[in-house]
Design a binder for this molecule. Structure first.
Ligand code: NAI
Ligand code: MG
Length: 501
């Protein structure tokens, strides 16, 4: 397929095309509303740069309406009085609606983000369904405890977990549906109401999610969706005095702004931010597993993954073989429009992101890094960047230090058997989100896992996610854990009650 002449929307099946063609407005309560001041923003196809639709560009007045709707649903609607079993039923119904609309959602996601449709089918839809089903299970199992205090028979003391309240969920553009779902699922299980603010580059599936939530029977105002820029709609949510908690996923830079904005009413903050995640390869690793494993860790979603394995640290005895293998893997990836089922590497999400990644590549070249493969834009149309493997970096180069968020891998050898050097390199970063260790030596693997400072460590795999596997960051990669019971705890207040008998 020639990406310069194939506009993406023509590749959609009818129900995805119909959704794209309909007006895109905010979901406030059970009403679909334009931005109050009438402003819109553009939806583009990252593979071609073509304009494919418009979204409401909301301001703080729209955010205010959504917060009122969410507050009302929490305090005065059926939701606040609903037993956990009924919340669970609604959450499971939403999971089923997503499953039924899976192909439509996958196509919309692929078109909007540029990511290969095969990824959206494989990861985004099943991952969203699985998280809702898992969290629906918790809705009936959120308990406090009794405390045995004082002289027996004189006190009755116990605790309960209550919903933290109105939760704002600010979502980035790499996994728009799945990240929205992963953040709202524990909040809904806990009994909160939510306002989703998708990224301005990729809002389509959040709006479809809003439709599906109404179809599933969620009371009005439990799930609201407001589209708009981060600077306006996002900032208004972060600063809002009647929002009780905020869940932010995105850049570390904006994460710090969220913390400052949240200080106004000391709302609770969940952050999942950037990473510079290492893949450590020991000399005894099974290279048939390791090479595709570490290559997939960086090239999946064109490296636009918070947990992307962007630093490859390899024992010098196998360094050349691993780098050659990863470079051949990269060179063989079929680059194309995300909606082409054969595509394995799509464009980056936006011209801005492509230019950001190219700036790192150009600086790396000036700094004397060596490009084993890639290093350039791919084609003239759209936001494509070649899959790139870089060697000869120093630990001071920005391409090695900073989150590039593109298909760019920095490969670095460490001295034969010098695990201390590998650990030091892995931990030489302000981030600590994800890491992987590749070896057949179980003892070495678990000992190393204990020394890497990051929220997740994988052994002989990378980018491992599961609704029951707490996920989150050390250091500047964030606060709190998504998934597992820690996510539920985050969306509850613990109240302790004592009665003198
Ligand atoms: P960003 O952090 O600006 O955007 C993420 C979300 O935050 C979007 O919904 C955006 O509208 C919102 N936002 C932006 N400014 C805001 C503000 N002042 N207040 C409230 N919300 C705000 O990310 P951006 O600029 O699109 O990408 C820049 C870099 O961020 C990437 O190169 C990558 O390194 C990193 N990033 C990391 C992600 C992750 O999953 N950890 C996801 C997206 C980006
Ligand atoms: Mg887009």
């Amino acid at each position: 397929m020639d990406i310069s002449t194939s506009p993406g929307p023509g590749l959609l099946e009818p129900d995805a095309a119909a959704f794209l063609a309909q007006p895109h407005r905010n979901l406030i309560g059970d009403r679909w509303q334009e931005a109050l001041r009438g402003t819109t923003m553009e939806i583009t196809d990252p593979a071609t740069g073509a304009l494919i639709g418009r979204l409401a560009a909301s301001g703080s007045a729209d955010v205010d309406l959504a917060v009122v709707a969410a507050r009302h649903a929490l305090e005065h609607g059926a939701w606040g009085r609903m037993p956990g079993s009924d919340r669970a039923r609604l959450i499971n119904r939403l999971a089923a609606r997503i499953q039924d609309s899976g192909e439509q959602l996958a196509q919309l996601e692929s078109l909007d983000t540029g990511r290969p449709i095969f990824e959206c089918r494989l990861v985004d839809i099943p991952g969203s369904v699985a998280m809702l089903e898992y969290m629906a299970g918790w809705a009936t199992k959120i308990n406090g405890e009794t405390m045995q205090l004082g002289t027996p028979g004189t006190l009755h003391a116990y605790s309960v977990r209550e919903p933290v309240g109105v939760v704002a969920v600010i979502v980035p553009w790499n996994y728009p549906l799945e990240l929205a779902v992963w953040r709202i699922a524990p909040a809904l299980a806990a009994g909160c109401t939510v306002i989703i603010k998708p990224a301005e580059q990729t809002s389509l599936t959040a709006l479809r999610l809003g439709e599906l939530a109404l179809e599933a029977g969620f009371p009005p105002g439990v799930i609201n969706v407001v589209t708009g820029t981060g600077e306006e709609a996002g900032a208004a949510l972060a600063a809002h005095a009647d929002v009780d908690a905020i869940s932010f996923t995105g850049s570390t830079e904006v994460g710090k702004l969220i913390v400052q904005a949240a200080a106004g009413n000391l709302k609770r903050v969940f952050l999942e931010l950037g990473g510079k995640s290492p893949c450590i390869v020991l000399a005894d690793a099974d290279l048939d597993v390791t090479i595709p494993g570490v290559a997939g860790a960086i090239f999946f979603s064109s490296g636009q993954v918070c947990t992307a394995g962007s630093r490859l640290l390899v024992d010098e005895r196998v360094f050349d073989r691993v780098v050659e293998g990863v470079a051949s893997y990269a060179a063989a990836l079929k680059i194309g429009h995300g909606l082409d089922p054969e595509t394995r590497l799509g464009p980056l999400v936006s011209a801005t992101q492509r230019d950001r990644v190219m700036a790192y590549l150009d600086a790396g070249r000036r700094d004397g890094a060596r490009y084993v493969t890639g290093g350039q834009r791919h084609g003239e149309t759209g936001y494509f960047v070649q899959p790139t493997v870089v060697t000869g970096t120093t630990s001071q180069m920005p391409i090695y230090r900073e989150e590039v968020f593109g298909p760019v891998l920095c490969a670095t050898p460490f001295k034969a058997g010098d695990v201390d050097a590998a650990v030091a390199a892995a931990n030489d970063t302000v981030y600590g989100l994800h890491a992987s260790i590749w070896t057949q030596n179980l003892k070495a693997a678990h000992q190393l896992a204990g020394r890497v400072k990051s929220g997740n460590v994988c052994i002989n795999t990378h980018n491992f996610f599961d609704p029951a596997f707490p996920m989150g960051g050390y250091k500047q990669s964030g606060w709190g854990r998504a998934a597992g019971f820690p996510a539920i705890e985050h969306y509850t207040e613990l109240k302790a009650i004592a009665a003198r008998l």
